[in-house]
Design a protein around this ligand. Sequence first.
Ligand code: SAM
Length: 295
Amino acid sequence: MRKYDEFHKSVMVEEVLKFLITKDDGIYVDCTTGEGGHIKAIYEKTKGKAKIIGVDLDYEVLEIAEKRLKEITDKIDFFKASYTDIDIVLHGLGIEKVDGFLMDLGVSTFQLKGENRGFTFMKDEPLDMRMDPDSDFTAWNVVNEYSEEKLSKIIFEYGEEFKFARRIARSIVNSRPLNTTFELVNSVKRALPPKERYRRKRHFATKTFQAIRIEVNGEFNNIKTALEKFPKFLNTGGRICVISFHSLEDKIVKNFFRNHSELKLLTKKPILPSDEEIKENPRARSARIRVAERI
Ligand code: SAM
């Protein structure tokens, strides 16, 4: 059940529609349905003529999208699956080719604000951070079972916590066992000099939480696996549109598009959100879109 007032604010909706939709009666797959904001926009833009498939591995968030969209249509097919299994989903539907794949990476507002998901340092909850509630690997495993070296590496790379990764990893290891998000926040706090904590524009634990979330969900490997599968399922002229929020995600997408001869890059430089959108939705600040077309 919904425990907060607003739906997730979908980012860069106009830009997604402009690049993803090549024909109203096409087949479009939203690989990261979340609360269904982009799907709603695609449905409206194509005047209900498109076939839309919504995939997400979080059944709680998928339920919200389904309920939200049921009010306007019952024609959308929702699947609780990872986008890494997109081939299985499409085969199951008997679909050989589609006209567009959309990926909007990162976390949804539901996951951040939902109860006991453990994604946020704003609430004291068990260390979880699973996007797939059926998975049995959680933030608890990363925080309590990884070596100091391995923790330091993911905090450095995935969190881009360049200067303090080692100190944070050491502090986590010395604070074990850690069971809750606030215990993790406190061990990050102990690792950072007060001056550094106050200097930061964002919460001082943001980067560490991001790193652990990426590790728990194997996010970067999943993106690579899914991208490799998309081209085979695209009609000529069909598109892959990816919204990323992390420089390493963006790098994966950029390199993939550049190195695939069956794809033509439509965005030489990534498309960024307008100042207006950033003002309205600060989460859009780090969003960037890259698009490629099947030739
Ligand atoms: N575009 C959505 C909207 O407008 O409401 C928001 C998407 S949200 C930023 C990202 C979603 O991707 C989350 O709901 C998350 O569960 C989902 N996700 C993350 N990894 C996934 C994966 N491997 N397969 C399918 N969905 C995934």
